[in-house]
Design a protein around this ligand. Structure first.
Ligand code: ADP
Ligand code: ASP
Ligand code: MG
Length: 486
């Protein structure tokens, strides 16, 4: 079981998490992975920024908030007699964080390795709270720092697990507890290299931690507890009539996550594929609801299932300006430079006629990418063999996802029509980049409207889809489409 930030967000929520874990523990062994309490990771990162800038006052006030929130939660959770020792444990962890940020303040920089060590403190504090609370309610439990279990490469901030050594450690460190009926409560988000350097798995990485450990332990099931009823046909914050999907495939869930659905970390499904471990996405605020089951495959692919979107992206365009070089050469050089900068390309689109192409990147990787492109193509730019690199930040990505979508003739056309009808400009299309996704780059200020329009057009909400025929045909006369997921 994995509990996300909101599910660990207060004493009240931690009590619910403990109850949910204990209920299952009564039936079969349970390992628990926890996130930091909501907003704590942001607070830690902000503290490190203050440290780097030498802003002691900012650091101090964040540290006070951090101590206070965890201490208050602890006092609310535990009987008076047990509070002292646990509060001391919490303060020890914050002291460690304080030492690291003091080092950063002295250096005036944030070395990636120290950032990874420091940012995992949020999860460590959560572990103390949940495992101590479980113990105080009579459920045997032990806190585990995932740096002792999850072995990763050295890509600080975005590490990848090494599954074989992780499996060995999981069997050594976790299996004995599980066999004795003790609930290990493990930090999400972090790990360490084989030689012990601390790493993290990327923002939102506790989902990934949970799936890594589920695979390493050969779990029967993985339950991801969050703050919505499951995986929905769209982000309910953007689309109020989004529906919970009762079942979805690994591939669909992964495509949704990669295209911005925050409900799962994009890499969550990968470790589970081989062992076909089913995942449940469930609401800790409404545990009686069934949630979404994520399964290896579905008998009948159902067409468009959900719409995902990403706001913080930018489109980078490159174009040949001389016959001395062609667009494909530029594309090859540019993609090589981007790959070496370890940046992920979200969409590629090209025109052989205009000898140009564009790539969609995450906004926070933009500066690094443009820098890599400019140095890889410095000569071509200096000699005007190509036009200056153009960057457009006023863009957003929308993706309609579903297995079997390609078997629906006309669906792509309907999606584009729906976006245009919402008066949103389409900038690039990456249809067919994968069989289960149609990705469209639109103007950022129109993104939300476009998501709503596509969601309705695909019949994913409560309301019947708006008819596509624009020529004054009344809704009554428009051919009815089935309301089911088309
Ligand atoms: P946790 O802290 O439990 O990991 P997150 O905030 O990371 O939770 O993810 C849950 C949030 O993901 C939801 O509150 C919801 O706003 C958002 N979300 C985005 N797309 C979807 C979707 N398709 N289905 C469900 N939730 C989504
Ligand atoms: N606490 C980490 C984050 O906010 C990991 C997670 O919650 O999944 O990114
Ligand atoms: Mg999350």
């Amino acid at each position: 079981m994995k509990f996300g930030g909101t599910s660990m967000g207060s004493a009240e929520r931690i009590k619910v998490a403990a109850r949910l874990a204990a209920e299952q523990q009564a039936k079969r062994p349970v390992a628990v992975v926890v996130s930091a309490m909501s907003k704590v990771t942001d607070l830690l990162l902000d503290t490190m920024r203050h440290a780097e800038a030498g802003d002691r006052t900012g650091m101090e006030s964040n540290l006070t908030l951090l101590r206070q929130r965890h201490e208050d939660t602890c006092r609310e959770l535990l009987p008076a007699g047990e509070q002292g020792a646990v509060v001391a444990q919490l303060h020890d962890v914050v002291d460690e964080f304080e030492r690291i940020v003091n080092g950063m303040a002295m250096l005036g920089e944030r070395p990636p390795r120290s950032v990874d060590e420091a940012v995992a403190v949020g999860e460590r504090l959560s572990v103390v709270l949940l495992s101590e609370y479980l113990r105080s309610t009579g459920v045997p439990s032990v806190g585990v720092n995932a740096r002792d279990v999850v072995v990763t490469d050295a890509a600080f901030g975005n590490a990848s697990p090494l599954m074989d050594p992780t499996g060995v450690k999981a069997r050594q460190v976790l299996a004995p507890h599980l066999e004795q009926g003790t609930v290990p409560v493990i930090t999400g988000f972090n790990g360490a290299t084989a030689d012990g350097r601390p790493t993290t798995l990327g923002r939102g990485g506790s989902d990934f931690s949970a799936s890594i450990l589920a695979a390493a332990l050969d779990a029967a099931e993985l339950w991801i507890w969050t703050d919505v009823d499951g995986i929905m046909s769209a982000d309910p914050r953007l689309v109020p009539d989004a529906q919970v999907l009762d079942e979805i495939t690994y591939a669909e869930a992964a495509e949704l996550a990669y295209n911005g659905a925050k409900v799962l970390h994009p890499r969550t499904l990968a470790p589970l594929v081989e062992k076909k471990i089913p995942v449940w996405s469930k609401n800790s605020f409404a545990p009686q609801k069934p949630g979404t089951k994520i399964v290896p495959a579905m008998a009948v692919p159902q067409g468009a299932r959900a719409v995902a979107s990403m706001r913080n992206v930018a489109l980078v365009s490159l174009e040949a300006a001389s016959a001395e070089i062609n667009g494909v050469q530029i594309m090859a050089r540019a993609l090589d430079a981007i790959a070496r900068a370890d940046v992920e390309v979200l969409v590629v689109s090209s025109s052989s006629y205009r000898q140009n192409f564009c790539v969609l990147l995450r906004e926070d990787e933009l500066d690094r990418s443009v820098h890599a492109l400019e140095s890889a193509l410095a000569l071509e730019l200096a000699h005007n063999y190509m036009h200056p690199i153009e960057v457009d930040r006023n863009v957003g990505l929308l993706a309609a996802v579903g297995e079997g979508m390609q078997g629906k003739p006309g669906l792509a056309g309907r999606i584009f029509t729906a976006i245009s009808r919402a008066q949103v400009n389409i900038i690039a299309i990456a249809q067919g980049s994968s069989e289960l996704t149609i990705a469209v780059v639109v103007r950022r200020d129109g993104l939300e409207k476009a998501v709503k329009a596509v969601h309705a057009e695909c019949g994913l909400g409560n309301r019947p889809p708006v008819p596509v025929f624009p020529f004054g045909e009344s809704e009554g006369r428009a051919p009815q489409r089935a309301k089911s997921h088309e």
